[in-house]
Write a protein that binds this ligand. Structure first.
Ligand code: F6P
Ligand code: MN
Length: 302
């Protein structure tokens, strides 16, 4: 049987959404080839006050240019831009959110990192995550993959290399394994809230295994395979945690729901939050439905 390529798969989607996915996918080789050459700092800070890596800035620029060329993107909200970037002609029906290189602190240590994209067909720049029509991420791992979700499901495509530039469908209609076995938790344990401590203790007692790599894409990706949960919780001195609602939490929450899982900000679904700032942070928990339900039950007691 001939394997289906990403490009063939996207012909079943709306052609504008297909153009957005392919614009990012077609840059994979260029980005991948650049990785070993730009591991240093850019000498600038992003709007979050974080030191930008040379790769963060470069990857943002190539992705923004290619996405704007599709002609279907009206606005890009990117971690590296500070403010939303509007297409000067004000054409295009889509708002694309971009974390060009998620987990970029892993660049120097050569651990996983990737690109996270959310796609909204909305007039407003900021809308609820549940309004996304598609979300996907690229994982520049030992094996490069693109995991793409629409409301109809989640599929993984693998970049074959060996001379081929295509992505091939490698896992179809992915669903979280039951029961989930992993927990992947960010934030210093000393800063966890009492409610979160109780939840983690219960999960440890239930035999969940800890695996944390320090990049949302990589840590999320393993949950998609083994089940369990990823958390970057609210912290005692940072009630909104660390991760960004619009560019990180929303796309991944959309993907987890399409894989049969759930997401939470400790009170309710992340996808129901109406953002008032493109850069706002949120506590984020994604994983198997029963685990996320239990997390909310425990937080409700405090
Ligand atoms: O983009 C922010 C990020 O790098 C995520 O990819 C990752 O989940 C998190 O921060 C890691 O944070 P920490 O270094 O606190 O574990
Ligand atoms: Mn990130």
């Amino acid at each position: 049987m001939t394997e289906k390529t990403l490009e063939q798969h996207t012909t079943d989607l709306n052609e504008d959404v297909a153009a957005i996915i392919n614009a990012v996918a077609n840059l994979t080789d260029e980005i991948f080839n650049e990785l070993p050459h730009r591991r240093g700092m850019a000498g600038t800070k992003n709007v979050f006050g974080e030191e930008q890596k040379a790769l963060d800035v470069w990857t943002n620029d190539v992705l923004v240019e290619e996405l704007m060329k599709t002609g279907v993107v009206r606005t890009i909200v990117s971690e590296e831009l500070g403010e939303p970037l509007h297409n000067p002609e004000e054409t295009g029906d889509y708002v694309v959110t971009l974390d060009p290189l998620d987990g970029s602190s892993n660049i120097e240590s050569n651990n996983l990192f990737g690109t996270i994209v959310g796609v909204h067909k909305e007039k407003e720049t900021l809308t609820k995550g549940k309004n996304q029509v598609c979300a996907f991420y690229n994982l520049y791992g030992p094996i490069t993959t693109l995991v793409c979700a629409t409301k109809d499901g989640v599929n993984e495509f693998v970049k074959h290399r060996k001379g081929s530039t295509d992505y091939f469908l490698s896992r179809k209609n992915m669903k979280l394994k039951e029961p989930g076995s992993l927990m992947s938790i960010g934030g210093l344990p000393k800063d966890w809230t009492p409610a979160y401590r109780e939840f983690v203790q219960e999960m440890m007692d239930a035999g969940k295994k800890i695996r944390y790599g320090g990049a949302f894409v990589g840590d999320f990706n393993q949950i998609l395979y083994y089940g369990g949960f990823f958390s970057y919780p609210s912290l005692v001195d940072k009630p909104n945690g660390k991760l960004r609602l619009v560019i990180e939490a929303n796309p991944m929450s959309f993907i987890i729901e399409a894989a049969g899982g759930a997401c939470s900000n400790e009170k309710g679904s992340v996808l129901e939050i109406l953002p008032d700032d493109p850069n706002q942070r949120t506590p984020i928990h994604v994983g198997n439905k029963d685990l996320i339900k239990r997390l909310e039950e425990i937080h409700g007691k405090y």
